[in-house]
Design a protein around this ligand. Structure first.
Ligand SMILES: Cc1cc2nc3c(=O)[nH]c(=O)nc-3n(C[C@H](O)[C@H](O)[C@H](O)COP(=O)(O)OP(=O)(O)OC[C@H]3O[C@@H](n4cnc5c(N)ncnc54)[C@H](O)[C@@H]3O)c2cc1C
Length: 260
């Protein structure tokens, strides 16, 4: 079994800033972490490897060269290999271009049975990249998965979170699975893992290595533009009225009449 886990490096802040010219993220001076949901995706893949040690867990990330440092942590946790898709030509990608580029990198890595991604990245928050990868690859997907129940010969059975609880879904392999915060927290790196991570090669893939259509990558290949991003103003506290029910009801009715 080969599982590819998509991991994004994100700013370690909830107050992301956008370049007004390009509508893309300003990364300079902002500390970066690996997207927390992707750590749950990696944990889910590693749990499968715990059960079947022949399983290979391969991390793929698209980002700047500096992401290499954080990506080493995935090896320390137990990933076998890491690919960093990095090239100026990929910069400024929206989810359309990102999922296209990642799908080409996944095809390049090849022989995959499962592709795990986080449910969403904590900066862009769109939750579109995982489903986008499935579409580009033409394979099934299950989103918002909290638990892998069972791996069968040609399928996977998972629990998907819904508004009212969860549903159990069987998906044919190969498939894309997007993962929410699970019951088990991502494991800590082992000492052996940390030693391996130090020496491991993070494989780089550029636009020259992948057979990408140059019109579908980076800012130029991105149909979406983020025009404005802002932190919503804090809501003021509501008014509290005290008194007799009939008196309060009349007061409320008066206010409503004034509004409508
Ligand atoms: C504040 C902000 C707003 C944005 N708004 C939009 C928008 O409205 N429309 C739009 O198209 N783009 C938008 N973007 C750009 C968007 O961040 C990029 O397209 C990004 O590469 C993927 O989208 P996402 O961050 O929403 O990830 P999501 O789709 O939420 O990510 C889901 C999962 O996909 C995987 N994944 C995502 N990106 C990568 C990566 N680079 N490498 C490896 N795995 C990855 C991870 O497993 C992740 O958990 C925005 C970016 C920011 C910072």
């Amino acid at each position: 079994m080969r599982i590819i886990v998509c991991v994004k490096e994100v700013p370690d802040t909830t107050e992301v800033k956008i370049d007004p010219e390009t509508g893309t993220l300003i990364r300079k001076g902002v500390p970066a972490i690996l997207n927390p949901f992707d750590m749950y995706a990696l944990e889910a893949a590693l749990q499968i490897k715990d059960e079947d040690p022949d399983t290979e867990v391969i991390v793929v990330s698209m980002g700047p060269p500096s992401a290499e440092k954080n990506l080493r942590d995935t090896i320390a946790m137990g990933a076998d290999d890491v690919y960093l898709v990095t090239d100026r030509a990929f910069a400024g990608a929206d989810t359309h271009a990102t999922s296209y580029t990642l799908s080409e990198a996944i095809k390049f890595i090849g022989d995959y049975d499962l592709i795990f991604a986080g449910k969403q990245a904590i900066d862009g928050d769109t939750a579109q990249t995982g489903p986008g990868i499935a579409e580009w690859l033409g394979i099934p997907q299950a989103t918002f998965v909290k638990k892998v129940r069972e791996l069968r010969d040609n399928s996977i059975v998972v629990e998907r979170v819904t508004e009212s609880g969860y549903e159990v879904v069987e998906v044919e392999l190969p498939a894309v699975i997007t993962i929410v915060k699970g019951d088990r927290d991502p494991r800590l790196p082992s000492l052996r893992g940390m030693m391996r991570a130090k020496r491991a090669e993070i494989k780089k893939l550029t636009s020259e290595d992948l057979p990408v259509d140059k019109d579908k990558i980076g800012l130029a290949g991105s149909p979406t533009r983020v025009h404005k991003i802002f932190t919503p103003p804090r809501r003021k506290g509501g008014e509290k009225w005290e008194g007799e029910p009939a008196e309060l009801a009349a007061k409320l009715a008066k206010v409503i009449r004034e509004i409508v």
